[in-house]
Every structure is written in structure tokens, then in C-alpha cells.
Design a protein around this ligand. Structure first.
Ligand code: SF4
Ligand code: SF4
Length: 177
């Protein structure tokens, strides 16, 4: 019968030599390979303590931006959720109350905004769909977690802190509209 590939080799039941029978040459050659690796450069990255550098346009963890006055830019229009191919975004829209003008930029805002990071494929379509320049992907990595629920990021993780703004100018031309 014709072999299926040219890489097929015939199995021969030949008698082992004395060297093969005592296994020592095979053991030493294996140990030699192991010893050589002790002196090679270690390529392992001890994530999460150590992180590889990523490009400034890397599509990592999202941020919900504030405007210059510290107000949340998101107006809960839902376009990002509609654009998301992974159905990873959910939100609840609320009306801005009197006296909350310094918190939310528009009359409508997202009282709840969640992204399921286990569903997200970091495609960036939410960022492209947003008419308010409210959501951006950043060069931050999503943290390793032990529980699935911990990957559902709410506003406390997504909205940038007033005193710790996230620079997204490398990702997009930021025009401060
Ligand atoms: S990056 Fe893509 S998959 Fe992730 S939330 Fe945005 S649209 Fe959805
Ligand atoms: S992030 Fe942008 S697209 Fe998504 S709901 Fe808010 S304003 Fe709309």
C-alpha cells in the first residue's frame, strides 16, 4: 500500500545496541540540553507583576472619559452597545437631575454602564461608534482574576478618575469638543 505522506518511516524491530540498552548516553544528552537552558536568556514574563511593553495604540481596557470640567461625557445613547459584535456592553440610561450639571455633560447619562471583559474581543468598534468621544480603548491590560464576575467592569472601573486622567491622545486625535 502506498504511504499517505513522504514523511512516513518504516518501523523496524531491530535489536538494541549495548549503548542503547544502558540508556546512559540518552540520559546525558538530555541533561546536556537542560544544562544549556540554565545559561540561556529567560524569556518568561512574570505577569501580572511584570508586563510586556505594548504599542500606544494597543486596544486594551476601556476608559469612559470625562470632559475638561470633569463631567462624564457618556450620554447613554447605546450606540456602542449596538455596534458591539460580542454584545459585551450593557447600560441603564437616566435623566440628569437638577444640581447634577457638574457631574454629567448631557441631560441623559448612564447610571449603570458595564462591559463584560470575558466577552469583549477588543475590536474597538464601540470607540468608533461613540458620537461623544466618551469611550476609548487604552494601552492598559485587563487584570487577571479568579472569578468570572470580576470581569464585569462597571463605572467604578471604567470612568476615569478626575485627578487621574487617562491619556488617549496617542490612540485618536483628541479634539476636546
Ligand atoms: S472593543 Fe469590541 S467587543 Fe469590546 S466592548 Fe468594544 S465593541 Fe464590544
Ligand atoms: S459610550 Fe458613547 S456610544 Fe456608548 S452610550 Fe456612551 S455616548 Fe453612547
Amino acid at each position: 500500500m502506498e504511504p499517505l505522506t513522504t514523511r512516513a518511516s518504516k518501523v523496524v524491530n531491530k535489536e538494541m545496541t549495548f549503548g542503547e540498552k544502558i540508556y546512559l548516553p540518552a540520559i546525558f544528552s538530555g541533561m546536556w540540553i537542560t544544562i544549556k537552558h540554565f545559561f540561556k536568556k529567560n524569556n518568561t514574563v512574570s505577569y501580572p507583576e511584570e508586563k510586556r511593553p505594548v504599542a500606544p495604540i494597543y486596544r486594551g481596557q476601556h476608559v469612559l472619559k470625562r470632559d475638561d470640567e470633569g463631567r462624564e461625557r457618556c450620554t447613554a445613547c447605546g450606540l456602542c452597545a449596538v455596534a458591539c459584535p460580542a454584545e459585551a456592553i450593557t447600560m441603564v440610561a437616566s435623566e440628569r437631575e437638577k444640581g447634577e450639571e457638574s457631574l454629567y455633560r448631557e441631560e441623559k447619562y448612564a447610571s449603570t454602564y458595564e462591559i463584560n471583559m470575558l466577552r469583549c474581543i477588543f475590536c474597538g468598534l464601540c470607540e468608533e461608534a461613540c458620537p461623544k468621544e466618551a469611550i476609548f480603548l487604552t494601552d492598559r491590560l485587563v487584570d487577571a482574576e479568579f472569578g468570572r464576575n470580576e470581569f464585569i467592569y462597571g463605572k467604578e472601573k471604567l470612568v476615569e478618575k478626575i485627578d487621574q486622567r487617562i491619556d488617549v491622545s496617542q490612540r485618536q486625535i483628541w479634539d476636546n469638543h
